[in-house]
Design a protein around this ligand. Sequence first.
Ligand SMILES: NC(=O)c1ccc[n+]([C@@H]2O[C@H](COP(=O)([O-])OP(=O)(O)OC[C@H]3O[C@@H](n4cnc5c(N)ncnc54)[C@H](OP(=O)(O)O)[C@@H]3O)[C@@H](O)[C@H]2O)c1
Length: 277
Amino acid sequence: MRNEEKAQMCDATMFYLITFAHSIKKIYMKLLEGKVAIVTGASRGIGEAIALKLAEHGASIAFTYVSSDEKAKALEERLQGLGVNAKAYKSNAGVYAECEAMVNAAITEFGTIDVCVNNAGISKDNLLLRMTPEQWDDVMTTNLKSVFNMTKQVIKPMMKARKGSIINMSSIIGIRGNAGQSSYAASKAGIIGFTKSMAHEVSSRNIRCNAIAPGFVETDMTHYLKEGEASTAFLQKIPLGRFAKAEEVADTTLYLASDMSSYITGQVISVCGGLNI
Ligand SMILES: NC(=O)c1ccc[n+]([C@@H]2O[C@H](COP(=O)([O-])OP(=O)(O)OC[C@H]3O[C@@H](n4cnc5c(N)ncnc54)[C@H](OP(=O)(O)O)[C@@H]3O)[C@@H](O)[C@H]2O)c1
């Protein structure tokens, strides 16, 4: 064989090896190819990281927010840049009619809903003696009623398709409680009870429902914990000695959204650096 022919054969072999490697990567790395996911409260923080992670794994994304128009637009464009269909919806997760309209619009746009991540949440921390009924109601409505609002809508297409994964963002505070966070803790504990009940209710239709309980995650919600002496005290309580990155919560969400967790339902997974040992 001439040197020229040998070189041509070598090039062809390299080409096939690279193509083969890309195919393997595509098969194994994209866990949500062709799926449609809703993520509530994704204009910032954990929700944004989740939307990006699910899109990186091939899912089309319908996400909601309430006030951050520019951030939502920027995320929509970033998601589309990853090669998936993506749309932002200004929709208050605490208002039933808005959730109904949002899910209907998403079904019209995307055709179905395979995954719903109920992530939208707020905190209005105060000692109970100082907490107003309005503060209590705001937290319960945004954090807990929102999960009812969205789940009631998304289980319709999921029951029809006989598959689906619902992931609810609870918190370590919903498991352990915390002074000054009674409303937040109650809303997040409520999410756990709701999640387990839903798992009982819809498992026969192959719909899974799980919760994630993050510890302290670096987002706008916790920025005040990172300042001054309080931050050292917080860090000392965390066995892994650091706050979580939003991406680390997104990794667990990806796992629960994908078929990698096909036999897991009704569970609460703590992503808390060991706080819940
Ligand atoms: N950060 C933590 O340490 C931590 C720990 C445990 C659990 N969590 C939970 O994780 C979730 C996300 O927290 P985060 O730290 O990422 O919060 P964040 O940075 O404050 O972001 C909150 C997101 O929720 C959206 N949102 C707020 N109210 C909404 C409503 N009524 N309807 C729709 N969207 C709404 C916000 O939209 P706008 O931008 O439009 O306001 C924003 O996109 C929350 O459920 C939180 O309780 C957080």
